[in-house]
Design a protein around this ligand. Sequence first.
Ligand code: SF4
Length: 347
Amino acid sequence: MSTEFGFELQVCQWAEDHWPPGKSRDSPVVVARQLGTKRRRWDTVVIECDPEGLAARANFGSQRLDSDLLHVVRNAPAAWAWYREALPDPGYPWRYVRQAVHQAADRGLIERRRGDGGRIELRRKWPYPDWVERIVAVENKPDLDASAARNLAPQLERDVALGLADAVWVATGATGGAVEPVLLEDIPVESGVLTVERDSRGASAVEATWQPRALDPTEPGTRIVDRPEGGTFDASACQFEVAAPDWKASKRLEIAERAYERGWRSYADSMRPDCRHFVFDTTPAVARPACEAKDCHQTQRECAGSCPEFEPEPPAWRQRDWPLEGGPGRAIKRLLDRQRERQRPGE
Ligand code: SF4
């Protein structure tokens, strides 16, 4: 499990099976990777869900609802009404809202009809549920030495100051020492620490060696825009902005929606499972992609059409019967999609 990508998959698999660390699970979780805001992407995201809310979310399909669709779906009335009267002023031109109403209706999320004078009216099919309880961000650093900790610390400080997630963790490889070196590094005390037994599976493969401080996403957050290094030649001031609770609430829901759609197995969409050298290696910790040509666990970046070793699957492979119909590449994607669907209760 040498790469950060492999480590990340192990953390995702463990979180899906065993989150929260050291406790029994009392709410379902949705796990995703590489999600966040325009400015900050978290490695692993764990959405702790309200069980009934998550089941009700399934009514809206497995595709995410973006901010425009959420505006329509969350405010759609129980009785028919003209969309301009039913929905709150969006703060941007109504024509975009009208477009979103059509899109929501086309996806079967709401009902739509032409009312008096050709006005577009809408009515909800189901109330949009309150399905997100907590959002937990995990930064994966398999080898957290002093220099990696120095680079990571400012990112974690920003996460803590902004308080967009309910808790922030760092996951790092266990060393087996009496005191894990990560605890001696200079990372914010508000972030929790997970130590991961590499290449192991099961609840005990990951241990919470430091508990995080609970953050409060309902409070205004501080977005650190620029923080000078300081020192003799740099006396410039730190720049920051205030992140309003409303902004945080919308961003959290958008992140949760993206997590719901993508899960953590969507990596195959940006790799080349249709390459004849692409195989699935069921390591003890997690099943993960491997490359027979390079004899390694390839990263997402190197497993692309630009890879010099890339060779498409022979056409004959695509003639095979179940379970490989369409070729092994498609079979791998189908397998990952099926596993992803299983993590969405209620569908
Ligand atoms: S040869 Fe290249 S494209 Fe093919 S599986 Fe290996 S890394 Fe991926």
